[in-house]
Design a protein around this ligand. Structure first.
Ligand code: TYM
Length: 329
């Protein structure tokens, strides 16, 4: 059976980008594939979270994974730092990852631009750690949003390079996956760009109805179209992109027609959009606190996930180390 792996950094609550770009697909894939879903706590260390917040960050994502419908009976749900084989593979892959190619990664360049005072080696080799996450389970499919496309390319490059260098076929080449459709980018509602944790423009699974309405009503728009069938400016297009993700076809058609005939009222569009976002997120929100308070259950889930993940990871690492030339005395 094909192997699926993906993960989310443990920084804050999950937002609509995480959910519609990634998590919703995890849930859909659980019945068909051999799935590994994890919480990337090591990746979150690039920004130096306070030690008092580090564990609760992991717990938040775990509870939100489970509240969204990830099922520990179907998938291995685990924490990245519980699998030391990932770190071991990361070291080995770092030996065949070149500085120039890592510096050219768009996400690295963006981080350097935004935080010039914290350009650490962990940031530069972030895609190598990601490749280790994926390759340690020899995953075939990786459900992710559009922003991770380039990281998947690096994972394939390192898989190929390792196989060629050592003359083995240890790693398959992992592919980004969205059920045959293009990978998606959930926009922010602040005018341009994607929804993201560091962008401060997130609508979260944990937000209540009132908060969601307030955030959507504040979304940037313009004065409205003045000529029929005119091209949408980016902030308005972003509202429609989100509407297409959360609403049914009739709703989208209705507002598209209204835009094209210059009769659209953005207030109505926003009210509908907020209501449709709530339809997806409120049933999840309801479950988060209960799950989060059930420490025994969380501990059980994580233990079970760790066992399955380590079994798979240590089998891969044994092959990798044999290929590299490690021998025991
Ligand atoms: P992270 O935590 O930034 O995001 C987790 C997942 O959410 C998706 N995503 C989005 N999708 C669409 N639109 C958006 N606005 C949006 N924002 C976030 C991301 O594409 C991602 O799928 N490096 C990864 C975590 C990771 C990982 C891995 C993923 C570590 N190792 C191995 C897959 C395989 C990250 O930072 O995701």
């Amino acid at each position: 059976m094909e192997i699926v792996l993906s993960g989310i950094r443990s920084t804050g609550h999950l937002h609509l980008g995480n959910y519609f770009g990634a998590l919703r697909n995890y849930i859909k894939m659980q019945d068909e594939y051999n799935c590994y879903f994890f919480i990337a706590d090591l990746h979150s260390l690039t920004t130096h979270p306070h030690p008092d917040d580090f564990h609760s960050g992991v717990k938040t994502i775990l509870a939100e994974y489970l509240a969204s419908g990830l099922d520990p009976e179907k998938s291995a749900i685990f924490i990245q730092s519980d699998v030391p084989e990932i770190v071991e593979l990361y070291v080995l892959l770092n030996m065949i990852a070149y500085k120039g190619e890592l510096e050219r990664t768009a996400s690295f360049k963006e981080k350097v631009r935004k935080n010039p005072d914290n350009v650490n080696a962990g940031l530069l080799t972030y895609p190598v750690l990601m490749a280790a996450d994926i390759l340690v389970h020899r995953a075939h499919k990786v459900p992710v949003g559009k922003d991770q496309e380039q990281h998947l390319e690096i994972a394939r490059l390192l898989a190929r390079r390792f196989n060629n260098l050592y003359g083995v076929e240890v790693f398959p080449e992992p592919q980004a996956f969205n059920f045959g459709s293009d990978l998606i980018k959930v926009p922010g509602l602040d005018g341009s760009g994607k929804m993201g944790k560091s962008e401060g423009n997130g609508i979260y699974l944990y937000d209540d109805e009132k908060t969601i309405h307030k955030k959507v009503m504040k979304a940037v728009t313009d004065a409205g179209p003045t000529a029929p069938d005119s091209k949408m400016p980016e902030p308005v297009e972003n509202l429609f992109t989100l509407l297409k993700i959360v609403s049914d076809k009739e709703t989208v058609d209705h507002f598209t027609k209204a835009y094209n005939s210059c009769t659209i009222r953005y207030g109505d569009l926003k009210k509908q959009l907020a209501a449709d976002i709530c339809k997806h997120t409120l049933p999840i929100r309801e479950r988060i606190d209960d799950i989060s308070n059930d420490s025994d259950y969380l501990a059980k889930v994580v233990r079970k996930g760790r066992e399955k993940a380590r079994a798979s990871a240590s089998a891969t690492l044994a092959e990798v180390k044999r290929a590299v030339g490690f021998r025991s005395f």
